[in-house]
Each structure stands twice: as structure tokens, then as C-alpha cells.
Design a protein around this ligand. Structure first.
Ligand code: 5AD
Ligand code: SF4
Length: 445
């Protein structure tokens, strides 16, 4: 859109083009979309030339239905129409037409054209390595809105990462629904091999990836954490439930014991690795005893943090037809009980880091306090947010980001306090220590 002459404005009422990007994974996000569109409608009445567009998975799912349901909408574009956006917007503007494009990707189209990137775009970037999913978990809408699993060729991924690094990125998160099956279908390189190639990109300091399916977590991937010094010590491994009956009904294709064994395997080699997860409460047929099994799993594993969700029916997903739906009130109760338990564990884990030294990548400054003291913010290899003061700054230097910019730098910080969402620290040394011993510390760690 920048190439078509568009720029970013501060608020929606100044915009000639408003694009709402959407997520269809849970019902709540979809409801939020419709209330947002309701709030945007008056802007369109004030200025009829404003173009209002909806993209992403809800657009893909609803298509023409959304256009007829929301009269102020000009454009609905699906997940595979992203690259056609400039043309679609031109057509809306010139012909004053309302358009729906939920058509397939045209072969040869890139996921994203890296040439449009500008410098100074951020320290940490996401890079899509694959799209879609073939797993058909019974609660999940992804296979229906994102289609079959397809992987991008490694050369294209490496190129995009190089362009991002040239523009200022120091960390990339490789994105896919199930990164462990990267390249399998197309006969490309394996995911651990892709990581090896990414590890060689010069100027890049850290690599993350998400998401891994527990059924496919291979020995090769586990070994990669020891082999690749840029690979961060964190894995997001969504378990969804601690009950084998529910896991089976979810079509997850692993048991609780398998999951526990994979976690033990990871921790045996890398005691410092952070493990985070997703959980759904109130899946159809989940009894109190199934739910207690989930709490028991959480107590046993002690995840670093958890994302937990109340089950919601999604269009086309098999579980929408399942009997024994759990009442909304009961789902809320289970969610709260789970969050209370996890909050305690996360807090204990964060407090246990007090006094330790952490190697962090600085993403920017978090705030300037009343005493004009700059507080910087970054992440540990284990993906914990650390806010810290840069103490070695001399008094005669201005205490402001422009004067002593740490953004993009790797800094050692000593942890002074631990909270639920973040850690607080002070910087101690400015030069990175490169230790590459397996299981002990890596450059990213
Ligand atoms: N209801 C609730 N949570 C869901 N998720 C996916 N589909 C649903 C659904 N229908 C959650 C899963 C997944 C995360 C991204 O969203 O926990 O891992
Ligand atoms: Fe959805 Fe399951 Fe695929 Fe994840 S693995 S995207 S939950 S179908």
C-alpha cells in the first residue's frame, strides 16, 4: 500500500483507507470484529470516500455474507488475496464498487515482497515459513480458513530474513501452524535443516519458532537447541488438555504420557529451557474429573506461562456437532481456576530468577520515569520480558534513548525482581559472552 502512495495516520478518522485484519480462531475475536465495524460505520457516513476493508481469516470464512451483513463495508479480502490488495483497493476507489475476493493464491505470488521493507523496522520480526494445516483437530477452524499445509522454499525464507536483518532486525520468529512438518509434503529440507540455514544468516542474533505440535516433536529438533547457538531456549508446545479422553476427542493424536515424556526429554538436555503451552477448557464432554487432570498436568509440568481459552464452536470444525456442550458459566469457572493456578506458578518461576544474570536482546525503551530515568525493555532467550535500568550510563550523558540507544543490543542484566508479566533488572556488562556448551548456555541464552 505504501507503493500505491498510502502512509500511516494516527487515528481511523484521518484515514482514507481502513483495514481491519481478523482472526477466526475463537468466537470472541469474531464478535469483537462486528462491534468494531459498528464503531467505524459513522466515519464512513462523515466521509463516504473512506474505504473500509476487512481481511484475514474471518473475511475468508464469511466472504460475501460479511459484505451483505455490514452495509458500510467496501472490501472483503481473504487470506490468499493479500497480495492483490493494492489492485482491489484501486478497483473499489475507481469504480465505486463493493468487492469480495476470497479466491485462491495465484502461483508465483510471494507471501510478502521484502523490497517494500524500510530500515529501522524493529528488532524482532515474524517470518512465515508455512501456511495452512492438515491436522484437523476437531475444535479448529484453521484447516478451513487457511487451507492445506504448504511450505515456502528455504531460499525465499532466507532471502526475506536477510532483507529484514539489513533493515535492522536481530531476531526472527519462524511462523507456521506445525513447524515440525515443514517441507515434508514438498520434499524441501527438514525443519531442523532450515534452522541450520537460518542460523548462518550473518547479523541475525536470535531465532525463535512457533508452533510445534507435540505429536511431531522430533529428536532432531531437540538436538537443534544444543547445536545452534542462535536458537532461543524456549518452546511453545500446546497441550490443550491433560485428559487422554479429551485429547482423543480433540484428534490431537498423542497421549498425556507422550507429552510428559517429550517435556522430560527437553529438560534433560536443556534444564533452562522455557516451556509454554495452550489449553482449552470446557471442550464438549469435558467432565470435572477431565478438568482436574488438566490442573494436575499443569502442577506436574510447571509451564513458564500458559494461554488458556474457553472452548467455542467454530464453523465447519467437527466438535461444533459434538453433544455434551459445557455451559458458559462452568467454562468461565474452569478458566479462572486454571489461570489462578498458573499465575502462582509463573510468579514463583519469575521470582526464582532474582539474583541471576540473564542475557537479553533489547527491543526498545519501556518508559521514562518521573526522575527522567530510562527504562529499557528486552527479552531473555526464554522469552521473558525484562525491564531494566542501564546503570553504567554516566551522569554527564543524557539519560534518553537517543543519547545511548541500546535498541537491538545484547546486554547482560542482573534480575532484581520478578512479577507475573515481567522481570526487573539492571545491566551489568555490555559485551556479550559467547558460550556454546550444550545444555548450559548458548549465545541466545
Ligand atoms: N475454542 C477455544 N480455543 C481454541 N483454540 C483453537 N480453536 C479453539 C476453539 N474452537 C485455541 C487452541 C490453540 C490456540 C491458538 O487457540 O488452544 O492452540
Ligand atoms: Fe488447528 Fe490442530 Fe492445525 Fe493447530 S494443529 S492449526 S489446532 S488443526
Amino acid at each position: 500500500m505504501v507503493r500505491s502512495g498510502y502512509g500511516v495516520v494516527d487515528s481511523a478518522d484521518q484515514a482514507d483507507l481502513i483495514i481491519v485484519n481478523t482472526c477466526a480462531i475463537r468466537d470472541k475475536a469474531e464478535q469483537k470484529l462486528y462491534s468494531l465495524l459498528g464503531r467505524l460505520a459513522p466515519l464512513k457516513q462523515q466521509n463516504p470516500d473512506t474505504i473500509l476493508a476487512v481481511g484475514g481469516c474471518v473475511a475468508q470464512q464469511e466472504g460475501a455474507t460479511m459484505l451483505s451483513r455490514v452495509p458500510c463495508l467496501d472490501l472483503v479480502f481473504g487470506t490468499d488475496a493479500l497480495n492483490r490488495l493494492p489492485t482491489l483497493v484501486d478497483r473499489v476507489a475507481l469504480k465505486k464498487a463493493r468487492i469480495v475476493d476470497v479466491g485462491p493464491r495465484v502461483s508465483g505470488e510471494n507471501h510478502q515482497n521484502p523490497r517494500t521493507l524500510k530500515s529501522g523496522e524493529g528488532v524482532s520480526r515474524f517470518v512465515t515459513i508455512m501456511r495452512g494445516c492438515d491436522n484437523y483437530c476437531t475444535y479448529c477452524v484453521v484447516p478451513f480458513v487457511r487451507g492445506r499445509e504448504t511450505s515456502r522454499p528455504p531460499e525465499q525464507i532466507i532471502k526475506e530474513i536477510e532483507v529484514r536483518v539489513a533493515a535492522g532486525a536481530r531476531e526472527v520468529t519462524l511462523l507456521g501452524q506445525n513447524v515440525n512438518s515443514y517441507g515434508n509434503k514438498e520434499g524441501l529440507v527438514s525443519f531442523p535443516d532450515l534452522l541450520t540455514r537460518v542460523n548462518k544468516v550473518s547479523g541475525l542474533e536470535r531465532i525463535r519458532f512457533t508452533t510445534s505440535h507435540p505429536k511431531d516433536l522430533s529428536e532432531e529438533l531437540i538436538a537443534a537447541f544444543g547445536r545452534l547457538e542462535k536458537l532461543c531456549r524456549h518452546i511453545h508446545l500446546p497441550v490443550q488438555s491433560g485428559s487422554d479422553k479429551i485429547l482423543h476427542r480433540m484428534n490431537r493424536k498423542y497421549t498425556r504420557t507422550h507429552f510428559e515424556e517429550r517435556v522430560a526429554r527437553l529438560r534433560a538436555d536443556y534444564p533452562d529451557i522455557a516451556i509454554t503451552s495452550d489449553i482449552i477448557v470446557g471442550f464438549p464432554g469435558e467432565t470435572e474429573s477431565d478438568f482436574q487432570m488438566t490442573l494436575d498436568l499443569i502442577r506436574g509440568i510447571r509451564f513458564d506461562s500458559l494461554f488458556a481459552f474457553k472452548y467455542s464452536d467454530r464453523p465447519n470444525a467437527a466438535a461444533a456437532q459434538f453433544k455434551d456442550k459445557i455451559p458458559a458459566k462452568e467454562k468461565s469457572r474452569r478458566l479462572q481456576a486454571l489461570l489462578d493456578l498458573q499465575q502462582q506458578i509463573t510468579l514463583e518461576k519469575n521470582k526464582a530468577l532474582i539474583g541471576t544474570r540473564q542475557f537479553i536482546l533489547v527491543e526498545g525503551f519501556s518508559k521514562i520515569s518521573a526522575t527522567k530515568e530510562v527504562q529499557w525493555s528486552g527479552r531473555t532467550s526464554t522469552n521473558k520480558i525484562v525491564n531494566f535500568r542501564d546503570d553504567p550510563v554516566r551522569d554527564d550523558q543524557p539519560r534518553q534513548p537517543g543519547g545511548n540507544d541500546l535498541t537491538g543490543k545484547l546486554i547482560t542484566v542482573v534480575i532484581k525482581n520478578g512479577f507475573f508479566h515481567s522481570l526487573l533488572g539492571t545491566s551489568v556488562i555490555k559485551s556479550p559472552i559467547h558460550v556454546r556448551r550444550k545444555g548450559v548456555q548458548s549465545r541466545a541464552a
